[in-house]
Design a binder for this molecule. Structure first.
Ligand code: G
Ligand code: G
Ligand code: MN
Ligand code: NA
Length: 254
């Protein structure tokens, strides 16, 4: 397959780049971290969005080296920011089901953290509900190892899958990211607002923090803050930015 060949070459030729979407404290408006989102700068074409190549990378197994690349790049960026004298920021890295099931994720993460001389608590792994629902016993054992290393764990796109919070209690999770499809409707839709309100209440009673994704305006932000949401991510503050522009965003808000 041509795209598979091109993705292999992209790894060899260093054509991937991480962008960073700021994540801010709902209460203080301070930048607490960012989600790292991969981009492919394809020569002679331009930027390819991950939604156009991550599914193929997953099918072909290339997600394993690409995921490792993303984790290494995230660790190196965080190290660079610390070296430049910045306050520590937590970076969330997306991991596919396959990385969780087929790779020694804790071992790889340990090596990359050591390589970057980085405190594990600055890296957060984002997994979807379906990724942890696959082989549950294996997922629990991998997550327990990550947790023991002090790597933080988020459940991405929360609310779109089938898991209940009671079920997730079995996993050593730190954070739920409420899917942006719920945030979309909170101002107009009473049901969406009720769902979010009860997710936040239950999450807090289980000692989980809540990130709202896809926050696009001030009214949504104000409501989410009233509902007790901990952190905010979305176009209202910023779209994903190249590393230098992300740092400029951080400096401008400090
Ligand atoms: O940034 P954008 O909205 O185009 O991202 C689209 C999707 O690609 C998101 O759902 C995100 O989870 C996924 N994605 C982005 N970067 C990575 C990555 O490094 N690894 C994996 N597995 N998925 C990623
Ligand atoms: O699935 P995941 O949560 O990893 O996807 C993150 C993607 O969501 C990012 O690639 C980003 O482009 C997109 N995104 C982030 N904030 C917003 C937003 O406020 N509105 C919309 N429509 N998309 C967003
Ligand atoms: Mn994500
Ligand atoms: Na998401």
């Amino acid at each position: 397959m041509e795209i598979e060949h091109n993705l292999r070459r992209a790894l060899e030729q260093d054509e991937f780049e991480l962008h960073f979407q700021p994540i801010l404290s709902a209460r203080t408006g301070e930048v607490s971290g960012a989600e790292a989102l991969i981009r492919w700068n394809k020569p002679g074409y331009g930027t390819v969005s991950p939604s156009d190549f991550i599914p193929i990378a997953e099918e072909t197994g290339l997600i394993l080296p690409i995921g490792e690349w993303a984790l290494r790049a995230a660790c190196r960026h965080v190290r660079g920011w610390l070296d430049a004298g910045r306050e520590p920021l937590t970076v969330s890295v997306n991991c596919s089901a396959r990385q969780l099931q087929r790779q020694d994720l804790p071992g790889i993460a340990a090596a990359l953290l050591e390589e970057a001389e980085l405190d594990a608590s600055l890296i957060k792994v984002e997994l979807t509900e379906s990724a942890v629902m696959g082989d549950v016993d294996h997922a629990i054992s991998v997550l327990n190892r990550l947790h023991a290393m002090n790597i933080k764990i988020s459940v991405d796109d929360f609310g779109t899958g089938y898991s209940s919070l009671a079920y997730l209690k079995r996993f050593p999770i730190n954070t739920l990211k409420i899917d942006r499809s719920f945030i979309n409707g909170i101002l107009e839709n009473d049901d969406d607002r009720a769902i979010i309100s009860s997710i936040i209440a239950m999450a807090h009673s289980l000692n989980l923090s809540i990130v709202a994704e896809g926050v696009e305006n001030e009214e949504q932000l104000a409501l989410l803050r009233d509902l007790g949401c901990d952190e905010i991510q979305g176009y209202f503050y910023s779209k994903p930015l190249p590393a230098d522009r992300f740092m400029a965003f951080v400096d401008a808000r400090a």
